[in-house]
Design a protein around this ligand. Sequence first.
Ligand code: ADP
Ligand code: MG
Length: 632
Amino acid sequence: MVHSIYSNKDSFLRELISNASDAADKLRIEGLRDKDLDVDISDLHIRLTPDAQARTLTVSDNGIGMSRDEVVDLIGTVAKSGTDELRRALADSSEENADALIGQFGIGFYSVFMVADRVTMVTRKAGESVGTRWESTGDGTYTLDDAPDAPQGTAITLALKPVDDDDAVHDYADQTVLRRLVTKYSDFISWPIRMTVTRPVPLDDAGSEEGAEDGERTEPTVEEVDETLNSQKALWARPRDEVSEQEYADFYRHVSHAWDDPLETITVRAEGTFEYQALLFIPTQAPFDLFMRERTSGIHLYVKRVFIMDDADELMPEYLRFVRGVVDAADLSLNVSREILQQDRQIRAIRRRLVKKVISSIQQIQDQRPEDYTTFWSNFGRVFKEGLMSDQDNAQAILKASVFASTRSDDEPTTLDDYISRMSSEQDVIYYMTGESRTQIEKSPHLEAFRAKGIEVLLLSDPVDEVWVGAVPEFDGKQFVSVAKGVVDLDGDADESDTDATSQRDEQFAPLLSWLGETLADDVTQVRLSSRLTDSAACLVGDAFSMTPQLEKLYRASGQEVPTSKRILELNPDNALVTALRTAFESGDDHTTLIPAARLVHATAVLAEGGDLEDPAEIARLLAATLTENLG
Ligand code: ADP
Ligand code: MG
């Protein structure tokens, strides 16, 4: 069996170093902001202390540290993911898939239990006098004690599991292994990562020339020196062709606290009036909090290589909140505040450019890497489409880089460009229908004539679709038209005789339609003949600007008052039920006996589109009565 010299388990070290680096960043900023805080920020660093005899490894930092409450909140339980689910899953899982679980939930600190049987953390928060000692074997319980002598910062000591190359647990008490792992995973960390190493004293220093003259062999003299293991080079400042994909991936995991690989790496470099560099990533996996109100945002702001803040929302709009990375702006002040950021023209200009760059990268993935695009779309498509409402300037580019389900294929969504390329010469608009699910939309009677004529219709079933179709009128000069709204005219250039036949038919139906209009006045605004039905008797449509019932529902779900808008009832003049109704209507003067039938036709239209009847019990009663009459 060949063992890889790197393993998933190695990543515990990356996680601990990443946390220590964050802690140093925080203390530096706190130290600058709060002049009364009595801390030394002149030599912030991270230290690795392996002990081969005791088989322990200590990772320490002199960063911000944690208060006792913070230890309980942040470390005490698997707090970040917030899920009992994870803890249960961890408890139930075998050792091997514990790794996978930890990876999936991306809980940084807890990855230590992949390699340690017991972990002790001693920490003291900057500005506090007493520290805290936390200890756990990773079984979901822990002990807490005061640590009166704790130095400021955090030291995490792992009692290492036995080395097991079969299980890819390497010797993390070995300096060579540690040096290799730091170079590989954490080289870009901006604080020095130090390790005390022993090395032979260079000859001149030890003055061993005299010893040599004696001709005696003296004991080799060794000395302890601090070695800095990482180069501390900012990745975003290096030319792209000098950085490997692996280095970018590790940096991505550091800034985003994630465990996956980036789907796309984007570099931006601006020179001139204001200088900045950006290194952005589109993740492969969606973070668990993508749809939560309280979520982490992904852009870290630096000023000339110095970390300023880690959730610079101002640099990326909400709808691109899955983007992670770093922006380093040369001309901002080091003590720039959030309030200043919000108003800063330079920040706005950077954001505009980054947004365009991200959208064009997504476009490129769509054009060149179909599989990656599918991954992107299934994770972030719904979020990306939010931009259609909030970013009018880029709406066309967002639409172009999006895909939509359509009647053409059951499983392969289409781009709008492809949709347009398939349109016949008579079609000059893009047809769509919204609804709660694809299945529901597909069953709706509104699609019948489109299906019969082979006209492709987009099937939009994300909640966000209901909203953006109202906000973006067209794509590439082609209007978006709902098949469930307004009058559809699918025979645009019908000839004379057709028109004659149509107007004759309109005359024949006019009395029935106006009687139905009065009878159903509580439910509909109008009853008219339809050109969108081939099989069904009836369907409901809105006028061109009305809200769909789904959109009304969405608004209500978000707590807004929305009146139910009445819709238009359309009848299919070729349907047997409709012609029978007309015959019955024409054969007598007392139309009251037809009222139940009228109400049932309306109810059928509501049910056919998956809608909610206002009074289901009443309809059930009418239906039962009608059936009884027919059977009797
Ligand atoms: P994440 O880094 O994604 O927030 P972790 O599980 O790695 O998740 O760490 C949880 C939290 O514990 C961190 O956000 C931080 O607040 C705190 N923490 C962890 N390590 C340290 C440290 N060395 N110094 C200070 N705080 C730390
Ligand atoms: Mg972490």
